[in-house]
Design a protein around this ligand. Structure first.
Ligand code: KG4
Ligand code: ZN
Length: 405
């Protein structure tokens, strides 16, 4: 099943084309093409993601990415990668004479896209220029995320689905993160424990099948990625701060930093539940910076920044390892899946890998490039969703900021 996926839940506009071989007990995904526009540089000046700006940028970039995909040969003629088939090599991707399209259809598309300035015109231009792609389904993120941003992707996807007459599937962004591991030629054995850590979510999820999700525990306040971003900001670094804190912590380790030079708490680490709290940890960093700088009277030295980043990451790692261990003791599983943008962090990857080996459980991680937001994970989640018999009608698909499983 060839799926074109669209992701606009936060600050990445992403489109991907994935060939998913799927049955009720087997999924194998082969990425054909992935296009992404990161809005990070635009949001940096706001210190976080600003929904109205995200919405405007998605509307500007989604058609540009689609045009890029349609202009490449992959989408009009997807060949079996195992063969050297050259069929359709000479067929142009563009249409010589645009077909006369029903004015009612254009009016419907205009109504869908008119709220974003320029989106209808840009989309119409593409639809009149390029051939209908060789795809079976379109998948789009319906939530969770920023609703104004989600709506852009949904309406854009609805327009393509209507014009090309290709079924549309609504997908869940968090399921996308979990299923990103399937792009790595891995198999999830059930029951599985999934741990999601992103900018908006921190949750432990038990899976009994590809369609059954039960949240075992989650953060009571900040998500892990959010706490990395907030601590980075306190240290004077731009959004998103996760990679910067990770880099400083690594430099501190290389320089021989010891846990104990700076001491931070590990909130909720010993509670009997599987919940988390990171806002207290962030506040402790704030107080520590105040003490060390005499309330801003003296600047924080580079060495102290390294030590704070290091101790913060050690605290986060300790909490994560404890909660994963507790979850597996309480709910034994055959596979441990770790997903979400924060698992782009190589230190966390190595510490979790070590712990999984000690616990004797198979660990599945997404590739680093599939860890942060992307559309290939949405395509895989869409293919899995398509097995579900009670799929939402295209016209009923809506953005849902708090969408759960
Ligand atoms: O999953 P994601 O791309 O977007 C959401 O769905 O939220 O996650 C983004 C989060 C940000 O908070 C970012 O700072 C964090 O992931 N992140 C990292 C690293 N790379 C991204 N956190 C720690 N270490 C990293 N290397
Ligand atoms: Zn995400």
């Amino acid at each position: 099943m060839k799926i074109l996926a669209i992701e606009t839940s936060c600050d990445e506009t992403a489109l991907a084309l994935v060939d998913v071989d799927i049955s009720s007990d087997h999924v194998s995904a082969n990425l054909i093409q992935s296009e992404i526009f990161s809005q990070i540089d635009i949001h940096k000046e706001f210190g976080g993601v600003f929904p109205a700006v995200a919405k405007r940028e998605h509307a500007r970039h989604a058609p540009l990415l689609l045009k890029k995909m349609l202009a490449s040969r992959d989408i009009t003629s997807i060949k079996d990668p195992k063969t050297t088939d050259t069929t359709n090599q000479d067929t142009p991707n563009t249409i010589d004479t645009p077909t006369q399209t029903d004015p009612y259809l254009w009016a419907t598309l205009e109504e869908l896209l008119v709220r974003e300035p320029g989106l209808f015109e840009a989309t119409k231009d593409i639809l009149l220029t390029y051939r209908k792609p060789d795809i079976d389904r379109i998948a789009v993120t319906a939530g969770p995320g920023l609703e104004p941003a989600l709506w852009v992707g949904i309406n854009f996807a609805k327009a393509l689905s209507l014009f090309w007459n290709i079924p549309l599937i609504a997908t869940n962004h968090m399921k996308g993160h979990i299923f990103a591991v399937l792009l790595n030629k891995q198999k999830i054995e059930f029951p599985a424990l999934a741990f999601l850590m992103s900018g908006g979510h921190t949750e432990l999820v038990r899976m009994n099948s590809l369609h059954h999700f039960e949240i075992l525990g989650k953060t009571k306040d900040d998500a892990i990625g959010e706490s990395y971003d907030k601590v980075a900001r306190m240290l004077g670094f731009e959004y998103p701060g996760g990679p910067k804190i990770a880099q400083l912590a690594q430099e501190a380790r290389t320089a021989g930093a010891r846990s104990g030079d700076i001491i931070l708490p590990r909130p909720m680490i010993h509670t009997q539940d599987l919940d988390f709290s990171f806002s207290g940890l962030k506040t402790s960093v704030l107080y520590k910076i105040r003490d060390l700088t005499q309330s801003g009277a003296t600047p924080l030295s580079e060495e102290l920044k390294l030590n704070i980043a290091h101790e913060f990451e050690e605290a986060v790692t300790d909490i994560i390892l404890h909660k994963i261990t507790r979850a597996l003791q309480t709910f034994p599983a055959r596979t441990l899946v770790i997903s979400g943008g924060v698992i782009a962090n190589t230190y966390l990857r190595s510490r979790i890998t070590e712990r999984a080996e000690q616990l004797g459980i198979t660990l599945l991680l997404p590739k680093i490039e599939d860890s942060t937001d992307n559309a290939q994970m949405i395509a895989v989640a869409g293919a899995i969703e398509s097995l579900n018999t009670s799929m939402t009608e295209t016209s009923e698909i809506r953005a849902s900021g708090n969408l759960s499983y």
